[in-house]
Design a protein around this ligand. Structure first.
Ligand code: EZ4
Ligand code: CO
Length: 414
């Protein structure tokens, strides 16, 4: 079974997606998500210029060998662009293999270890009343775990908050509370940041949410890489009374040792890894048991093959999965995460920020969301179909994630 075509499909049904479609000489097609938010065309070029020509004529069954060929064969290892490209190829080959077997992909990964995947949704509001409305809306939709992000007094626009300035808008023009950080335009929007104001404000918000919604609801919060280790330690400690499910990305984790300092000071569970792209980025964190949840997405960490290896490594330290699931992971990447999460023994939670109706029209996913759980369908493969006519109707539009500056203009982590 030889790979006969490799197509790189770029489309923007409201936001940009890069999708790889591989087809075989006997007529099977597989999809992979190669979306890298704000740097989409770099991955598209990497795939079409440097990877697609190498795939034509290869045996589509050789998933591991192809992974090693693209990883070792590039010589220049790792990095988000390379690993997103490898991820797309790997995912598409798994999709093909499962379609050939006529089985949903999770069956090839060992079968179902659970009946569904607990997810968390994104509630946000510029102030408490807005935030409470958003949480209630999510609970009404069935969510059983909620990420909480709020505005900070004095700051105009803050990561994770769907204020009127950056709320996404649904098909019918209704305001959606979930937050879409990439914004169309030739250059990134600039936001401002004040760590002291944030650290003063957040504990009061979590206290109020616990007071309103009770002790049972799992609550999460994303710091988005903005703190120094000692600031992160202080925040973790100050949030202990509110019993978070996890505190995410407290520091920029290029320096894995930073988490050692944080860990020494707090029992708040820690999650990290959405910007990581290989197993090596987790080594110190796993072996020293410095985190509780690994956040990589299939599409950013080298595919199903690589992410399963990461989660097996995590499992020996009782660390669980908490796969990244923002709207910039396409339904193809999310379907891959759902199949993997269904199979692995150490599933923790899955992030689920619903895609827009326009995105669903393009990808036609068959996974289901009910009672706060995502579940794969029984369709063979990933269970996602790409509609070319819809894809062609929505060409790429330049869009970027914001950049962040301190009040005095200094560039900061966003
Ligand atoms: O900012 O996916 O936990 N979720 C996140 C996301 C990321 C975006 C970046 O593309 O941090 O909202
Ligand atoms: Co995050």
């Amino acid at each position: 079974m030889q790979i006969s075509t490799a197509e790189v499909l770029v489309s923007s049904p409201g936001r940009n997606f890069v999708t790889l479609r591989l087809t075989t000489d006997d007529g099977f097609a597989g999809l992979g998500d190669a979306t890298l938010n704000g740097r989409e065309l770099a991955v598209a070029a990497y795939l079409s210029e440097h990877v697609a020509p190498l795939l034509i004529g290869r045996d589509a069954h050789l998933i591991e060998d192809t992974w090693q060929y693209l990883y070792r064969g590039a010589y220049w290892r790792r990095g988000p662009v390379t690993m997103a490209a490898i991820a797309a190829v790997d995912t598409a080959l798994w999709d093909i293999k499962a379609k050939v077997a006529d089985l949903p992909l999770y069956q090839l990964l060992g079968g179902a270890s659970r009946s569904g995947l607990l997810v968390y949704g994104h509630a946000s509001g510029k102030d408490l009343p807005d935030l409470f409305d958003s949480i209630r809306e999510h609970l009404a939709q069935g969510y059983r775990a909620i990420r909480v992000q709020t505005g900070v007094p004095g700051l105009h626009s803050v990561y994770g908050v769907a204020s009127s300035a950056n709320a996404s808008v649904g098909e019918g023009g209704e305001r959606r509370y979930d937050y879409e950080p990439a914004r169309a335009g030739a250059i990134p929007v600039e936001e401002t940041w004040d760590t002291r104001a944030y650290l003063r404000h957040v504990p009061a918000v979590l206290e109020a949410v616990r007071g309103e919604f009770g002790p049972q609801l799992p609550l999460l919060h994303d710091v988005h890489h903005r703190l120094t280790p000692i600031q992160a330690a202080k925040l973790g400690k100050s949030l202990e009374p509110y019993d978070l499910f996890w505190l995410e990305d407290v520091t920029p984790a290029e320096n894995q040792s930073a988490l050692r300092l944080v860990r020494q000071h707090t029992t708040t569970p820690l999650a990290i890894g959405e910007v990581f792209n290989t197993i090596w980025d987790y080594r110190e964190l796993f072996e020293e048991q410095l985190i509780d949840y690994a956040r990589s997405a299939v599409s950013h960490a080298g595919g199903i093959t690589a992410l399963r290896r990461i989660f097996d490594y995590a499992a020996i330290y009782q660390i669980k999965s908490g796969v990244h699931g923002p709207t910039d992971v396409s339904p193809v990447g999310l379907a891959a995460a759902i199949h993997l999460g269904t199979a692995i023994p150490n599933f923790g939670i899955q992030e689920y920020m619903r895609h827009s109706p326009a995105t669903h029209e393009l990808f036609r996913p068959s996974y289901t969301f009910a009672d706060g759980m995502l579940a794969p369908s029984e369709a063979p493969g990933l269970g996602v179909d790409y509609d070319d006519a819809v894809g062609q109707a929505h060409p790429y539009r330049a869009a970027y994630l914001p950049v962040n500056r301190l009040l005095d203009g200094t560039m900061h982590d966003w």
